[in-house]
Design a protein around this ligand. Structure first.
Ligand code: CA
Length: 229
């Protein structure tokens, strides 16, 4: 199967910090992509939504806080998790960052362990399906770090879309999602596919889950949910 790793965009112009942060985040199991100015960051975000952005305050073309405002004023990016990296430790700057919609801030110099912990917390709070903890229901166990799915302790072959769908369901048990919500949440706003494509992938997912397919419930005229009940 193809990997479905959480991608973190690093917006930072100091090469040494980019190197340290990239190394740290990759070691924690995330994919990273780095850019050194706000224009490239905006181009990346518009093209391919990352799961989280680490945004430096002082950048060569304009301040990170300007980009933060731009991201937050665009409706499709309101839920995008953003952590500010800042050399400034002044209280008013932190407040300004949070006022502009940052989810958290990390003051330089920071320890790799602290940064990783902050990212995990924000991901868990904003998007549980992007957390790194093991997700499970009944005999199904999904490990986001190794991107593997076990069924009764045996690893199963699963397609990329089915993996993402399963991960989303496991992260939000007992909640019904419409086809269009699943398209939005699992495939992202940027992808234009028909709602019945969701049915095709649910069908494939059920096949992969064999007798545990009953955990994925069809809620008539509404959508789907995962429930052990
Ligand atoms: Ca900088």
């Amino acid at each position: 199967m193809s990997a479905d790793k959480t991608t973190i965009l690093i917006v930072e112009d100091e090469p040494a910090i980019v190197e340290l942060v990239s190394f740290t985040l990759r070691a924690a199991g995330w994919d990273t992509y780095s850019v050194s100015n706000t224009a490239d960051a905006w181009a990346y975000i518009s093209r391919r939504m990352p799961n989280l952005v680490l945004l430096d305050w002082m950048l060569p073309d304009q301040s990170g806080i300007r980009l933060l405002s731009k991201i937050r004023s665009d409706r499709q990016f309101t839920a995008l998790p953003i952590i500010m990296l800042t050399a400034k430790s002044m209280e008013e700057d932190k407040i300004a960052g949070l006022d502009h919609g940052a989810d958290d801030y990390v003051t330089k110099p920071f320890s790799p362990r602290e940064l990783t912990a902050r990212i995990k917390t924000v991901l868990r709070r904003k998007a549980p399906e992007h957390g790194q903890s093991i997700l499970s229901a009944g005999p199904i166990v999904l490990d986001p770090v190794s991107c593997s799915v076990m069924l009764n302790d045996k690893r199963v072959d699963i397609g990329h879309a089915e993996y993402k769908l399963l991960k989303f369901f496991l992260a939000h048990p007992d909640r019904v999602f419409s086809r269009s919500q699943l398209l939005d949440k699992v495939w992202g706003d940027h992808v234009v596919i028909e709602e019945r494509t969701v049915d095709v992938h649910v069908l494939r997912l059920r096949k992969v889950l064999k007798e545990s397919e009953k955990l994925i419930k069809t809620v008539r005229s509404v959508g789907y949910m995962l429930s052990e009940r």
